[in-house]
Design a protein around this ligand. Structure first.
Ligand code: 8Y7
Length: 286
């Protein structure tokens, strides 16, 4: 299936897979965010110029999207206030919008952050809670932004406790189908939607690999598929490696996802992921 995604003023061709670079503006070392910390500040604050430089590198390496998040959704992460999230995200969105031609994705579940980020130039709303918070669906629908609907079982604080599925692939597909319907009912055109199985969000390592193996069964949802496995614990479990040593494993997983029909690969490492995409395309074209 060949898709063109409508994202704000953009029409993004997904007939060939593309990469979404991750730019986290949280003090979380997992996500590189700590490296974007402004020097000499007691509280964590993002250095906008560093964030912009990072986005510029990702664009040069071939990223079509840059995903900016100010709330850590890692298992057990502490919630942040709306003001804190806004202060981390909005200056970075503004700077990238002013300086770079790249589709800005905002990773948030908060309708205020969605609204302000879109006003500042974001063209994709990436909500790990799939627009389930009060007012989120309405807010996203009223924008022209594209929307990524991700599957999660439970909530970030507790999602890795009591993980249960009778059929993980069927349950993920059914939940995503319901969220797609909610969007369509709210007036969102399906050309604005992407879906994502949510690797690591309320799933065991086994569930994650079952989803990867059967990714193509999510094609029946009729929407482009976004996947994010970069550096996640499923890669750690398979390779036995720490966070900073998971690049090769992450690229291998991306390659499997591409083979099984993924359209967008969300990654910390754009250059290496683009090579996997290029190899995949050469293989497809043979
Ligand atoms: C995903 C994501 C994260 C993912 C989408 C991390 C924000 C954890 N993971 N968004 N966000 N899909 N759409 O490791 O898999 O980057 S946060």
């Amino acid at each position: 299936m060949s898709f063109t995604l409508k994202a704000g003023a953009r029409q993004i061709d997904l007939s060939r897979p593309v990469c979404m670079g991750i730019l986290n503006t949280t003090p979380d070392s997992f996500s590189d965010g700590a490296q974007l910390a402004r020097a000499g500040c007691e509280r964590f604050a993002v250095d906008v110029n560093l964030a912009l430089a990072r986005a510029e590198t990702m664009l040069a390496e071939g990223a079509v999207f840059v995903d900016i998040g100010g709330e850590s959704t890692r298992p057990g992460a502490e919630p942040v206030s709306v003001d804190e999230e806004l202060s981390r995200v909005i200056p970075v969105v503004e700077a990238i919008h002013r300086n770079l031609d790249i589709c800005i994705s905002v990773d948030t579940s908060n309708p205020t952050v969605m609204r302000e980020a879109v006003a500042a130039g974001a063209e994709l709303i990436n909500d790990v809670r799939a627009l389930t918070r009060d007012d989120a669906l309405q807010t996203a629908a009223e924008s022209r932004a594209a929307i990524c609907l991700m599957h999660m079982q439970g909530q970030p604080q507790t999602m890795q406790q009591n993980v249960r599925y009778s059929d993980v692939v069927a349950e993920v597909r059914d939940t995503l189908q319901q969220r797609i319907k909610a969007c369509l009912d709210a007036g969102v055109d399906n050309s604005r939607l992407l879906v994502d199985p949510g690797f690591g969000f309320g799933k065991t390592v086994q569930h994650n690999f079952q989803l990867l193996k059967q990714l193509s069964s999510l094609r029946s949802l009729g929407l482009p598929l976004l996947v994010g496995m970069s550096r996640k614990s499923m890669i750690g479990a398979a390779t036995g490696r720490d966070l900073d040593q998971r690049l090769a494993g992450s690229v291998a997983a991306a390659s499997l996802a591409l083979h099984n029909g993924a359209h967008v690969i969300r990654s910390h490492d754009v250059a290496a992921t683009m090579d996997a995409i290029r190899v995949h395309c050469a293989y497809q074209d043979a």
